[in-house]
Design a protein around this ligand. Structure first.
Ligand SMILES: NC(=O)C1=CN([C@@H]2O[C@H](COP(=O)(O)OP(=O)(O)OC[C@H]3O[C@@H](n4cnc5c(N)ncnc54)[C@H](OP(=O)(O)O)[C@@H]3O)[C@@H](O)[C@H]2O)C=CC1
Ligand SMILES: N[C@@H](CC=O)C(=O)O
Length: 376
Protein backbone atom coordinates (compact mmCIF):
# COMPACT_ATOMS: atom_id res chain seq x y z
CA UNK A 1 0.00 0.00 0.00
CA UNK A 2 1.41 3.44 -0.94
CA UNK A 3 1.20 5.71 2.08
CA UNK A 4 0.78 9.46 1.50
CA UNK A 5 1.43 11.62 4.57
CA UNK A 6 -0.13 15.10 4.58
CA UNK A 7 -0.10 18.17 6.79
CA UNK A 8 -3.19 20.35 6.42
CA UNK A 9 -2.84 24.10 6.97
CA UNK A 10 -6.28 25.62 7.60
CA UNK A 11 -9.32 23.84 8.89
CA UNK A 12 -12.15 26.07 7.71
CA UNK A 13 -14.89 25.24 5.20
CA UNK A 14 -12.52 23.82 2.56
CA UNK A 15 -10.07 22.14 4.96
CA UNK A 16 -12.84 20.33 6.84
CA UNK A 17 -14.45 19.23 3.60
CA UNK A 18 -11.08 17.85 2.50
CA UNK A 19 -10.82 15.78 5.69
CA UNK A 20 -14.35 14.55 5.06
CA UNK A 21 -13.48 13.56 1.45
CA UNK A 22 -10.35 11.75 2.66
CA UNK A 23 -12.39 9.72 5.16
CA UNK A 24 -15.16 8.89 2.70
CA UNK A 25 -12.70 7.90 -0.06
CA UNK A 26 -10.86 5.35 2.11
CA UNK A 27 -12.21 2.26 0.37
CA UNK A 28 -11.72 3.74 -3.14
CA UNK A 29 -8.13 4.69 -2.30
CA UNK A 30 -7.48 1.31 -0.78
CA UNK A 31 -8.55 -0.36 -4.07
CA UNK A 32 -6.08 1.98 -5.81
CA UNK A 33 -3.34 0.89 -3.37
CA UNK A 34 -3.19 4.27 -1.64
CA UNK A 35 -3.68 5.39 1.93
CA UNK A 36 -3.64 9.05 2.99
CA UNK A 37 -2.25 9.59 6.48
CA UNK A 38 -3.06 12.98 8.01
CA UNK A 39 -0.05 13.60 10.27
CA UNK A 40 -0.74 17.25 11.13
CA UNK A 41 -3.57 19.78 11.07
CA UNK A 42 -3.27 23.49 11.81
CA UNK A 43 -5.55 26.47 12.25
CA UNK A 44 -4.61 30.12 12.78
CA UNK A 45 -3.35 29.55 16.32
CA UNK A 46 -1.92 26.05 16.60
CA UNK A 47 -0.77 22.81 15.00
CA UNK A 48 -1.80 19.32 16.10
CA UNK A 49 0.72 16.60 15.19
CA UNK A 50 0.10 12.87 15.35
CA UNK A 51 2.30 11.03 17.89
CA UNK A 52 3.58 8.59 15.27
CA UNK A 53 4.25 10.47 12.06
CA UNK A 54 6.42 7.70 10.59
CA UNK A 55 3.87 4.89 10.59
CA UNK A 56 0.40 6.11 11.34
CA UNK A 57 -1.61 9.30 11.18
CA UNK A 58 -4.63 10.69 12.97
CA UNK A 59 -7.49 8.19 13.24
CA UNK A 60 -10.62 8.92 11.19
CA UNK A 61 -12.71 9.30 14.37
CA UNK A 62 -10.30 11.98 15.52
CA UNK A 63 -10.37 13.75 12.12
CA UNK A 64 -14.17 13.76 12.31
CA UNK A 65 -13.93 15.17 15.84
CA UNK A 66 -11.63 17.94 14.53
CA UNK A 67 -14.24 18.81 11.88
CA UNK A 68 -17.05 18.87 14.45
CA UNK A 69 -15.09 21.04 16.88
CA UNK A 70 -13.90 23.51 14.22
CA UNK A 71 -17.34 23.92 12.68
CA UNK A 72 -18.70 24.61 16.18
CA UNK A 73 -16.12 27.41 16.46
CA UNK A 74 -13.69 25.71 18.89
CA UNK A 75 -9.93 26.05 18.34
CA UNK A 76 -7.76 22.99 17.63
CA UNK A 77 -6.16 23.29 21.07
CA UNK A 78 -9.49 22.21 22.63
CA UNK A 79 -8.87 18.73 21.13
CA UNK A 80 -5.46 18.03 22.60
CA UNK A 81 -6.69 15.37 25.02
CA UNK A 82 -8.86 13.55 22.47
CA UNK A 83 -6.27 12.13 20.06
CA UNK A 84 -2.78 10.69 20.24
CA UNK A 85 -1.13 13.95 19.33
CA UNK A 86 0.85 16.96 20.45
CA UNK A 87 0.07 20.66 20.15
CA UNK A 88 2.48 23.35 18.94
CA UNK A 89 2.06 27.10 18.58
CA UNK A 90 3.81 30.01 16.88
CA UNK A 91 7.45 29.40 16.01
CA UNK A 92 7.33 25.90 17.56
CA UNK A 93 4.58 24.94 15.10
CA UNK A 94 6.63 26.14 12.13
CA UNK A 95 9.76 24.36 13.37
CA UNK A 96 7.76 21.18 13.80
CA UNK A 97 6.48 21.30 10.23
CA UNK A 98 10.06 21.76 9.00
CA UNK A 99 11.21 18.85 11.12
CA UNK A 100 8.46 16.56 9.73
CA UNK A 101 9.28 17.79 6.23
CA UNK A 102 12.96 16.90 6.77
CA UNK A 103 12.06 13.36 7.90
CA UNK A 104 9.35 12.58 5.36
CA UNK A 105 9.73 15.03 2.46
CA UNK A 106 12.08 13.39 -0.02
CA UNK A 107 11.35 9.78 0.86
CA UNK A 108 7.56 9.74 1.05
CA UNK A 109 6.31 12.77 -0.86
CA UNK A 110 4.80 14.38 2.23
CA UNK A 111 2.26 16.90 0.95
CA UNK A 112 1.75 20.19 2.75
CA UNK A 113 -1.76 21.27 1.84
CA UNK A 114 -2.66 24.94 2.21
CA UNK A 115 -6.40 25.42 2.73
CA UNK A 116 -5.94 28.61 4.71
CA UNK A 117 -6.79 32.05 3.38
CA UNK A 118 -3.58 33.57 4.72
CA UNK A 119 -0.59 35.17 3.00
CA UNK A 120 1.53 34.13 5.99
CA UNK A 121 1.95 30.53 4.84
CA UNK A 122 4.30 31.51 2.02
CA UNK A 123 7.48 31.16 4.17
CA UNK A 124 6.71 27.64 5.38
CA UNK A 125 5.61 26.52 1.90
CA UNK A 126 8.91 27.71 0.44
CA UNK A 127 10.87 25.91 3.17
CA UNK A 128 9.06 22.58 2.82
CA UNK A 129 9.27 22.58 -0.95
CA UNK A 130 13.01 23.17 -0.76
CA UNK A 131 13.12 20.07 1.50
CA UNK A 132 11.59 17.94 -1.26
CA UNK A 133 7.95 18.00 -0.10
CA UNK A 134 4.92 18.34 -2.33
CA UNK A 135 2.78 21.44 -1.96
CA UNK A 136 -0.94 21.62 -2.77
CA UNK A 137 -2.83 24.90 -2.57
CA UNK A 138 -6.44 26.05 -2.49
CA UNK A 139 -5.08 29.31 -1.06
CA UNK A 140 -4.30 31.84 -3.80
CA UNK A 141 -2.34 34.27 -1.65
CA UNK A 142 1.07 32.52 -1.68
CA UNK A 143 0.93 32.55 -5.50
CA UNK A 144 -0.11 36.19 -5.72
CA UNK A 145 2.47 37.79 -3.41
CA UNK A 146 5.73 39.06 -4.89
CA UNK A 147 6.71 37.58 -8.25
CA UNK A 148 9.92 36.22 -6.66
CA UNK A 149 7.85 34.13 -4.21
CA UNK A 150 5.69 32.80 -7.03
CA UNK A 151 8.79 31.86 -9.01
CA UNK A 152 10.38 30.15 -6.01
CA UNK A 153 7.27 28.03 -5.41
CA UNK A 154 6.68 27.03 -9.01
CA UNK A 155 10.37 26.32 -9.58
CA UNK A 156 9.50 22.92 -8.06
CA UNK A 157 6.88 22.56 -10.78
CA UNK A 158 6.55 18.80 -10.59
CA UNK A 159 5.94 18.91 -6.84
CA UNK A 160 3.36 21.69 -6.64
CA UNK A 161 -0.32 21.64 -7.59
CA UNK A 162 -2.81 24.51 -7.29
CA UNK A 163 -5.71 23.47 -9.49
CA UNK A 164 -8.33 24.65 -6.97
CA UNK A 165 -7.01 28.22 -6.89
CA UNK A 166 -8.75 28.99 -10.20
CA UNK A 167 -12.22 27.61 -10.95
CA UNK A 168 -12.26 25.46 -7.77
CA UNK A 169 -12.36 21.81 -9.01
CA UNK A 170 -12.41 22.72 -12.72
CA UNK A 171 -9.28 21.77 -14.69
CA UNK A 172 -8.32 25.34 -15.63
CA UNK A 173 -4.68 25.32 -14.47
CA UNK A 174 -4.14 21.84 -15.93
CA UNK A 175 -5.56 22.94 -19.30
CA UNK A 176 -3.48 26.12 -19.45
CA UNK A 177 -0.37 24.19 -18.43
CA UNK A 178 -0.95 21.47 -21.02
CA UNK A 179 -1.48 23.98 -23.84
CA UNK A 180 1.69 25.86 -22.85
CA UNK A 181 3.77 22.68 -22.55
CA UNK A 182 2.73 21.60 -26.02
CA UNK A 183 4.39 24.73 -27.42
CA UNK A 184 1.04 26.23 -28.41
CA UNK A 185 1.23 29.92 -27.38
CA UNK A 186 -1.82 31.23 -25.52
CA UNK A 187 -2.89 34.64 -26.83
CA UNK A 188 -6.00 35.31 -24.75
CA UNK A 189 -7.90 33.97 -21.77
CA UNK A 190 -11.32 35.35 -21.02
CA UNK A 191 -13.81 34.18 -18.46
CA UNK A 192 -16.12 34.48 -15.55
CA UNK A 193 -13.92 33.26 -12.71
CA UNK A 194 -15.93 34.04 -9.60
CA UNK A 195 -18.57 31.66 -8.30
CA UNK A 196 -19.75 34.37 -5.91
CA UNK A 197 -20.06 37.12 -8.52
CA UNK A 198 -21.63 34.71 -11.03
CA UNK A 199 -24.22 33.75 -8.43
CA UNK A 200 -24.77 37.39 -7.43
CA UNK A 201 -25.31 38.53 -11.04
CA UNK A 202 -27.71 35.75 -11.99
CA UNK A 203 -29.72 36.11 -8.75
CA UNK A 204 -29.96 39.90 -9.27
CA UNK A 205 -31.62 39.12 -12.61
CA UNK A 206 -34.31 37.28 -10.63
CA UNK A 207 -35.08 40.54 -8.79
CA UNK A 208 -33.56 39.58 -5.43
CA UNK A 209 -31.77 42.15 -3.24
CA UNK A 210 -27.96 42.32 -3.53
CA UNK A 211 -27.51 42.15 0.26
CA UNK A 212 -29.62 38.98 0.59
CA UNK A 213 -27.82 37.32 -2.31
CA UNK A 214 -24.36 38.01 -0.87
CA UNK A 215 -25.38 36.60 2.51
CA UNK A 216 -26.74 33.49 0.77
CA UNK A 217 -23.50 33.12 -1.24
CA UNK A 218 -21.56 33.20 2.03
CA UNK A 219 -23.72 30.53 3.63
CA UNK A 220 -23.38 28.35 0.51
CA UNK A 221 -19.57 28.44 0.94
CA UNK A 222 -18.94 30.39 -2.29
CA UNK A 223 -17.40 33.54 -0.81
CA UNK A 224 -14.00 34.21 0.65
CA UNK A 225 -13.92 34.44 4.47
CA UNK A 226 -14.50 38.20 4.01
CA UNK A 227 -16.95 38.50 1.05
CA UNK A 228 -15.44 41.89 0.26
CA UNK A 229 -12.51 39.96 -1.22
CA UNK A 230 -15.01 38.80 -3.87
CA UNK A 231 -17.02 42.02 -4.20
CA UNK A 232 -13.89 44.17 -4.57
CA UNK A 233 -12.84 42.04 -7.55
CA UNK A 234 -9.64 41.14 -5.67
CA UNK A 235 -10.35 37.40 -5.68
CA UNK A 236 -10.86 37.42 -9.47
CA UNK A 237 -7.73 39.57 -9.86
CA UNK A 238 -5.76 36.94 -7.91
CA UNK A 239 -7.01 34.22 -10.26
CA UNK A 240 -6.18 36.41 -13.25
CA UNK A 241 -2.71 37.00 -11.82
CA UNK A 242 -2.07 33.28 -11.34
CA UNK A 243 -3.08 32.60 -14.95
CA UNK A 244 -1.04 35.56 -16.26
CA UNK A 245 2.02 34.41 -14.34
CA UNK A 246 1.57 30.89 -15.74
CA UNK A 247 1.83 32.51 -19.18
CA UNK A 248 5.25 33.75 -18.06
CA UNK A 249 4.24 37.38 -17.45
CA UNK A 250 6.19 38.90 -14.54
CA UNK A 251 3.29 41.06 -13.31
CA UNK A 252 1.86 41.89 -9.89
CA UNK A 253 -1.61 42.55 -8.46
CA UNK A 254 -0.91 46.29 -8.71
CA UNK A 255 -0.64 45.93 -12.52
CA UNK A 256 -4.23 44.66 -12.77
CA UNK A 257 -7.13 47.02 -13.39
CA UNK A 258 -9.82 45.99 -10.90
CA UNK A 259 -13.41 47.25 -10.65
CA UNK A 260 -14.91 47.07 -7.15
CA UNK A 261 -18.64 46.68 -6.49
CA UNK A 262 -18.46 48.79 -3.32
CA UNK A 263 -16.94 52.19 -2.50
CA UNK A 264 -13.84 52.51 -0.30
CA UNK A 265 -15.85 53.72 2.74
CA UNK A 266 -17.24 50.17 3.01
CA UNK A 267 -13.74 48.63 2.97
CA UNK A 268 -11.96 46.65 5.72
CA UNK A 269 -10.18 49.79 6.97
CA UNK A 270 -13.55 51.41 7.73
CA UNK A 271 -15.76 48.56 8.98
CA UNK A 272 -15.55 44.97 10.21
CA UNK A 273 -16.80 42.05 8.10
CA UNK A 274 -19.77 41.60 10.45
CA UNK A 275 -20.76 45.27 10.20
CA UNK A 276 -20.42 45.15 6.42
CA UNK A 277 -22.69 42.10 6.24
CA UNK A 278 -25.22 43.45 8.74
CA UNK A 279 -25.36 47.13 7.78
CA UNK A 280 -23.10 48.06 4.85
CA UNK A 281 -24.36 45.63 2.23
CA UNK A 282 -27.99 46.76 2.14
CA UNK A 283 -26.88 50.31 1.32
CA UNK A 284 -25.60 48.95 -2.00
CA UNK A 285 -28.89 47.26 -3.00
CA UNK A 286 -30.36 50.14 -5.02
CA UNK A 287 -27.23 50.90 -7.03
CA UNK A 288 -26.76 47.29 -8.13
CA UNK A 289 -30.46 46.96 -8.94
CA UNK A 290 -30.27 50.04 -11.21
CA UNK A 291 -27.25 48.66 -13.08
CA UNK A 292 -29.04 45.37 -13.73
CA UNK A 293 -32.21 47.13 -14.91
CA UNK A 294 -30.21 49.41 -17.26
CA UNK A 295 -28.42 46.40 -18.80
CA UNK A 296 -31.67 44.48 -19.11
CA UNK A 297 -33.40 47.36 -20.94
CA UNK A 298 -30.80 46.82 -23.71
CA UNK A 299 -31.28 43.04 -23.77
CA UNK A 300 -28.05 42.58 -21.82
CA UNK A 301 -26.92 41.07 -18.53
CA UNK A 302 -24.05 41.99 -16.21
CA UNK A 303 -21.14 39.60 -15.81
CA UNK A 304 -17.90 40.08 -13.88
CA UNK A 305 -15.27 39.25 -16.48
CA UNK A 306 -11.51 38.64 -16.44
CA UNK A 307 -9.63 39.35 -19.68
CA UNK A 308 -6.00 38.34 -20.07
CA UNK A 309 -4.43 39.50 -23.32
CA UNK A 310 -1.46 41.48 -24.69
CA UNK A 311 0.44 41.42 -21.38
CA UNK A 312 -2.55 42.96 -19.60
CA UNK A 313 -5.08 41.55 -17.16
CA UNK A 314 -8.30 43.48 -16.43
CA UNK A 315 -11.21 42.47 -14.26
CA UNK A 316 -14.59 44.19 -14.02
CA UNK A 317 -18.30 44.27 -14.79
CA UNK A 318 -19.30 44.02 -18.44
CA UNK A 319 -22.71 44.30 -20.09
CA UNK A 320 -23.06 41.26 -22.33
CA UNK A 321 -25.84 39.91 -24.56
CA UNK A 322 -28.13 37.54 -22.66
CA UNK A 323 -27.55 34.80 -25.19
CA UNK A 324 -23.71 35.00 -25.22
CA UNK A 325 -21.72 32.17 -23.63
CA UNK A 326 -20.98 34.26 -20.51
CA UNK A 327 -24.47 35.81 -20.54
CA UNK A 328 -26.06 32.34 -20.31
CA UNK A 329 -24.06 31.40 -17.19
CA UNK A 330 -26.18 30.66 -14.13
CA UNK A 331 -25.45 30.41 -10.43
CA UNK A 332 -21.89 29.83 -9.26
CA UNK A 333 -20.75 28.38 -12.59
CA UNK A 334 -17.43 29.55 -14.04
CA UNK A 335 -16.60 29.62 -17.73
CA UNK A 336 -13.13 30.07 -19.18
CA UNK A 337 -12.18 30.39 -22.86
CA UNK A 338 -8.56 29.80 -23.84
CA UNK A 339 -7.36 31.06 -27.23
CA UNK A 340 -4.09 29.88 -28.77
CA UNK A 341 -2.75 28.87 -32.20
CA UNK A 342 -4.58 25.54 -32.02
CA UNK A 343 -7.64 27.07 -30.35
CA UNK A 344 -7.79 30.25 -32.44
CA UNK A 345 -11.25 30.14 -34.00
CA UNK A 346 -12.76 27.64 -31.63
CA UNK A 347 -11.42 28.26 -28.09
CA UNK A 348 -10.81 25.61 -25.50
CA UNK A 349 -13.77 26.09 -23.13
CA UNK A 350 -13.98 24.94 -19.53
CA UNK A 351 -17.35 25.30 -17.85
CA UNK A 352 -18.89 24.05 -14.60
CA UNK A 353 -19.38 24.69 -10.89
CA UNK A 354 -16.66 27.16 -9.91
CA UNK A 355 -17.00 27.55 -6.15
CA UNK A 356 -18.08 25.76 -3.00
CA UNK A 357 -16.32 23.73 -0.35
CA UNK A 358 -17.21 20.37 -1.89
CA UNK A 359 -15.84 20.96 -5.40
CA UNK A 360 -12.82 22.91 -4.09
CA UNK A 361 -11.83 20.19 -1.63
CA UNK A 362 -12.36 17.54 -4.33
CA UNK A 363 -9.90 19.45 -6.54
CA UNK A 364 -7.40 19.55 -3.69
CA UNK A 365 -7.73 15.81 -3.06
CA UNK A 366 -7.25 15.04 -6.76
CA UNK A 367 -4.07 17.18 -6.70
CA UNK A 368 -2.72 15.25 -3.67
CA UNK A 369 -3.28 11.92 -5.41
CA UNK A 370 -1.90 13.20 -8.72
CA UNK A 371 1.44 14.17 -7.16
CA UNK A 372 2.08 10.75 -5.74
CA UNK A 373 3.06 9.28 -9.09
CA UNK A 374 6.42 10.94 -8.42
CA UNK A 375 6.95 8.76 -5.37
CA UNK A 376 6.03 5.30 -6.70
N1 LIG B 1 -14.81 28.16 -1.04
C1 LIG B 1 -14.45 28.11 -2.30
O1 LIG B 1 -15.27 27.97 -3.21
C2 LIG B 1 -13.01 28.20 -2.66
C3 LIG B 1 -12.06 28.55 -1.74
N2 LIG B 1 -10.74 28.62 -2.10
C4 LIG B 1 -9.75 29.00 -1.12
O2 LIG B 1 -9.73 28.06 -0.05
C5 LIG B 1 -9.15 28.69 1.09
C6 LIG B 1 -9.96 28.34 2.31
O3 LIG B 1 -11.23 28.90 2.23
P1 LIG B 1 -12.28 28.65 3.42
O4 LIG B 1 -12.14 27.27 3.91
O5 LIG B 1 -13.58 29.12 2.93
O6 LIG B 1 -11.74 29.67 4.52
P2 LIG B 1 -12.06 29.68 6.09
O7 LIG B 1 -11.94 31.07 6.57
O8 LIG B 1 -13.32 28.91 6.34
O9 LIG B 1 -10.86 28.81 6.70
C7 LIG B 1 -9.55 29.27 6.74
C8 LIG B 1 -8.79 28.41 7.73
O10 LIG B 1 -7.42 28.81 7.68
C9 LIG B 1 -6.96 28.94 9.03
N3 LIG B 1 -5.79 29.83 9.05
C10 LIG B 1 -5.75 31.18 9.03
N4 LIG B 1 -4.47 31.60 9.04
C11 LIG B 1 -3.70 30.49 9.07
C12 LIG B 1 -2.31 30.25 9.11
N5 LIG B 1 -1.43 31.26 9.12
N6 LIG B 1 -1.86 28.96 9.12
C13 LIG B 1 -2.73 27.92 9.12
N7 LIG B 1 -4.07 28.09 9.09
C14 LIG B 1 -4.54 29.35 9.07
C15 LIG B 1 -8.15 29.45 9.80
O11 LIG B 1 -7.95 29.24 11.18
P3 LIG B 1 -9.08 29.55 12.29
O12 LIG B 1 -10.04 28.41 12.17
O13 LIG B 1 -8.32 29.55 13.55
O14 LIG B 1 -9.67 30.87 11.92
C16 LIG B 1 -9.24 28.58 9.18
O15 LIG B 1 -9.25 27.32 9.81
C17 LIG B 1 -9.14 30.20 0.78
O16 LIG B 1 -7.82 30.58 0.48
C18 LIG B 1 -10.02 30.34 -0.44
O17 LIG B 1 -9.64 31.39 -1.29
C19 LIG B 1 -10.32 28.37 -3.37
C20 LIG B 1 -11.22 28.01 -4.34
C21 LIG B 1 -12.64 27.95 -4.06
N1 LIG C 1 -14.74 33.09 -3.46
C1 LIG C 1 -14.35 32.38 -4.63
C2 LIG C 1 -14.12 30.94 -4.29
C3 LIG C 1 -13.24 30.28 -5.24
O1 LIG C 1 -12.13 30.70 -5.51
C4 LIG C 1 -15.41 32.47 -5.70
O2 LIG C 1 -16.49 32.96 -5.39
O3 LIG C 1 -15.15 32.08 -6.85
Amino acid sequence: MKSIPIILLGCGGVGRQLLDHIISSRSLHSKQGIVIRVVGVSDSSSLLVSDDIMLSGMRDEFLAEICRAKSAGSPLKSLLNHGHCQLFRGQDALENIVSIASSLGRSTGLAVVDCSASAETIGILEQVSSLGCCVVLANKKPLTCAIEDFEKLVSHFRRIRFESTVGAGLPVIASVTRVISSGDPISRIVGSLSGTLGYVMSELEEGKAFSEIVRAAKSLGYTEPDPRDDLSGMDVARKGLILSRLLGWRINLSDIKIESLYPSEFGPDSMSTDDFLAKGLSQLDEKLKERVVTASSKGNVLRYVCVIEDLRCNVGLRELPKDSALGRLRGSDNLVEIYSRCYKNSPLVIHGAGAGNDTTAAGVLADIIDLQDLFA
